[in-house]
Design a protein around this ligand. Structure first.
Ligand code: AMO
Length: 431
């Protein structure tokens, strides 16, 4: 008999079906034994026949089983149906007790214990739902950009030079030569503007930062975009807002059950305010009484305040901060011709936390040489990158979205490790 998925049972009332999945729970109500079976589509309630009853005593949760029975209406069950007179066949037995229960409404263990046992813990339905939403976000990212003529690229993660500056790179030995894990696809995505004008990449980024915060990982999945023939960085920011809006709304439509399970709500985009770093700092001084006007960047508290301001005054969960000091921004950011001390760069803050960094880039070869000299960088280390600019590059810009942070904010998680399948941090390299 062909396999039926739990979610398809309502369309099969009166028919005999075969389900295959995991034993999510065995529950006894009075004389009746229910086996709750879980598959990729959800859970199904089954009532075992007397012969099968013997088999379930001693059956551990997560055993892989096949159940055959008849679909009958039952309004107290999920989806309003259950499978009755079911026979049971064990496909893959489980002999050990689970490290913690994954069939309860809430997951009990601490984050650390959960992460230590992630291979089985991730089967907890709300956890699985979180990462299905992640897949939806990536799907939406690809869909929107492909639909707007962007080309997907995949660039090397083994690098001979550091794209974002040398401070926080994982160094390694590459057949006797020094090499680094890519901190971002920055240099390659800019090169590829010369080929396709519009490109994007979904890939890992490695940062050797000794952080112990709730929003930093040492390996994260970066969603990178780069586009040419822009008339200014506002074009890039407009694209970013439309892109995130599509990612989130299409995910909520594709996975309504998962969105409800984890309480994901579609954020408010009405109009995303844009203010310069200096204006943002003056606003913080006026509204919250803290003088950070001499700082080159926002602190996490500043980001929270700006998030609150955008929410209260602009009905937006997002706010752009632009024009960071050129000296403090990545070397490839374009200084503002009207005031070169500040760069044509931006961050997007989502619910009080930095989610995206982006900029218009320098697109002239000679200007790169000047910048590299001023920053004590060796052009020879970047000859491949510079070649693209030597031979004609249009005005261009782009950004990178931190995917785990996006999911973290969308589902209201307190720690980025909750929205990363197998997080890598200073203390964690396993599982
Ligand atoms: P940046 O270094 O600001 O910019 O990174 C872009 C976005 O990536 C996410 N992010 C991180 N997420 C988790 N852990 C980390 N350690 C971490 N570091 C960064 C953040 C951040 O906003 N090349 C530029 C982007 C560009 O200009 O296109 C870059 O990498 O959400």
């Amino acid at each position: 008999m062909e396999r039926t998925l739990a979610a398809d049972l309502p369309g099969k009332v009166g028919q005999r079906v075969k389900l295959e999945g995991w034993v999510h729970a065995v529950r006894k109500f009075g004389q009746v034994n229910f086996l709750i079976l879980r598959d990729r589509s959800g859970t199904a309630q089954t009532v075992l026949d007397p012969a099968a009853l013997e088999k379930i005593s001693g059956l551990q949760a997560e055993t892989v089983v096949a159940v055959e029975g008849t679909v009958e209406p039952e309004e107290r069950a999920t989806n309003g149906v259950e499978v009755r007179d079911a026979s049971l066949q064990v496909i893959s037995p489980v002999t050990d007790v689970l490290p913690f229960e994954i069939n309860k409404r809430v997951l009990k263990p601490s984050l650390d214990v959960f992460l230590n046992n992630a291979p089985v813990g991730l089967r907890f339905p709300a956890k699985a739902a979180t990462f299905r939403l992640f897949s939806g976000l990536l799907h939406g990212f690809r869909e929107y950009l492909s639909g707007n003529d962007f080309v997907e690229i995949h660039t090397p993660k083994l690098m001979g030079s550091a794209s974002e500056g040398g401070a926080n790179v994982f160094a390694m030995d590459y057949f006797g030569k020094p090499a680094f894990l890519a901190q971002s696809p920055q240099l390659y995505k800019q090169i590829m503007v010369g080929v396709f004008e519009r490109v994007f990449e979904i890939g890992p980024a490695f940062r050797a930062e000794e952080h112990y915060t709730v929003r930093h990982l040492n390996e994260y999945t970066s969603l990178d975009v780069e586009m040419g023939f822009i008339s200014g960085m506002d074009d890039v920011m407009d694209l970013l807002v439309a892109l995130i809006q599509h990612m989130v709304t299409s995910t909520a439509e594709r996975y309504p059950r998962e969105a409800e399970m984890v309480g994901m709500t579609v954020p408010r985009f009405a109009t995303v305010p844009r203010l310069t770093l200096r204006d943002a700092q003056r606003l913080i001084l006026d509204r919250y009484g803290e003088d950070h006007t001499a700082e080159p960047d926002l602190s996490p508290q500043d980001e929270r305040w700006l998030g609150e301001w955008a929410s209260q005054e602009h009905d937006s969960d997002f706010v752009f901060v632009t024009h960071y000091p050129t000296a403090k921004r990545a070397w490839y950011s374009k200084p503002d011709p009207a005031d070169p001390e500040y760069s044509l760069s931006f961050d997007l803050i989502f619910k009080g936390q930095e989610l995206v960094s982006g900029a218009q880039r320098i697109n002239e070869y000679e200007e790169y040489l000047r910048v590299m000299e001023a920053r004590n960088m060796n052009p020879a280390s970047f000859s491949g990158f510079l070649e693209a600019f030597k031979y004609g590059m249009p005005p261009e810009g782009g950004f990178a979205i931190g995917s785990e942070r996006l999911l973290m904010r969308l589902v209201g998680a307190d720690n980025i490790r909750e929205t990363t399948l197998f997080p890598r941090d200073v203390n964690r390299l396993e599982p």
